[in-house]
Design a protein around this ligand. Sequence first.
Ligand code: SAJ
Length: 436
Amino acid sequence: MQDLLKRIENKDITVGVIGLGYVGLPLAVEFGKAGLRTIGIDIDKKRVDMLNRGTNYIQDVSDAELKALVDAGTFSATTDFSSLKHIDAVCIAVPTPLSKTKDPDITYILSVNSELERYVHKNLVVILESTTYPGTTRELLQPALEASGLKVGTDVFLLFSPERVDPGNPVYQTKNTPKVIGGVTDNCLRLGMAVYGHVMDKLIPVSSPEAAELTKLLENTFRSINIGLANEMAIMCSKLGVNVWEVIDAAATKPFGFMKFTPGPGLGGHCIPIDPHYLSWKMRTLDYKARFIELASEINSAMPEYVVELVGSALNRGSKSINGSNILLLGMAYKPDIDDVRESPALDVYALLEAKGAKVEFHDPYVNRIKFDSRFEESIKLDMKNLSQYDCVVITTNHTEYDVNAIVENASLIIDTRNATAKLKSEKIVRLGASG
Ligand code: SAJ
């Protein structure tokens, strides 16, 4: 253990990163920039070949930095898991999605686990970063590492350290976001901290991998529940004839004990709608119902329908029905100024309106086309003069570049789910969570 610690401290090790996506690639580049020989492992040969040509595909990674690391031979990528034989410390950043029935889908972790079992060797440090249910590290990875007789804590070392990557965040990136880390034993923690000490500005050790796994789940469950509260406030304010956006802005003036969340058409993204279900699933196996998580999920996933009801009653006031109306959705990405449509509620709004007989089109400056089951839909070219041809325009994602004044001027009816039209007054505007 001591000489391994020395080798880590002297950067006399090879680091591996399994999963070269928006978490793994930035992490691998940070290790390379710190002067550590780094091998990226991914099952996607196209990605591996691009990386070995020095071609970047992650917005938060600098093309030049990646190219320099590849040219210097500091970083290389491979699909071959046997590289683990030459790796001293490996970080695992593979996807942990949900299955169709909202249960954890840990197939990616399981397939990495079998490669670990095959190629584990003495003095290997293994750090799982993928968001997962508490217990995964100890219950799944530890047996795989010990199957060959090696012992975690003396021969091989195992930790959990949650990723906190917020793609596109202009302030917080991999290096300057505090890193929580929990080892199966004290030796595991010491070695894991020595590895991350080369790339992270601040390390937050906790007492176990379960504490680290739960830290991540609390962070994102906290968001999902508070967004659920904001959405329910919108529904209540609407019934009370009060503008929820005014109420939230006023509450946000409280300098302590309040954190602003806003309502919207639902919960999108690859983290917030997914991570809390890893915790509620685990609790169900212990015969406990995580009521806040399930209730927030119920409210958040009902928001697309709520928006469609808003559209229906607004059209109705103009003696129109959804059926047969031309409707334009503005913004399909799950949040402003990005191109990611994963779990985007705008997709649900689109499908629900179409199912009710509307002719639906969309525009998104970052999303050229979206896939619906077996067909693709293209973004229209946004021309303000043509907005009046639609019976209704729905602002589903408030991309910064939208000229809201022009939208309100030219459209005949606007359903604003993001308060993008906050500064404007017009009979034509129906705002989520506000009277009228
Ligand atoms: N949303 C609301 N109301 C809010 C905040 C978000 O409706 O008040 C919606 C968004 O429109 C989006 C979804 O919720 O559809 C998720 O939004 P998000 O702001 O949580 O953004 P994400 O999904 O990119 O979350 C990531 C998370 N980062 C990691 O998991 C490492 C989250 O922990 C970050 O706090 C968040 O980015 C961030 O702050 O940008």
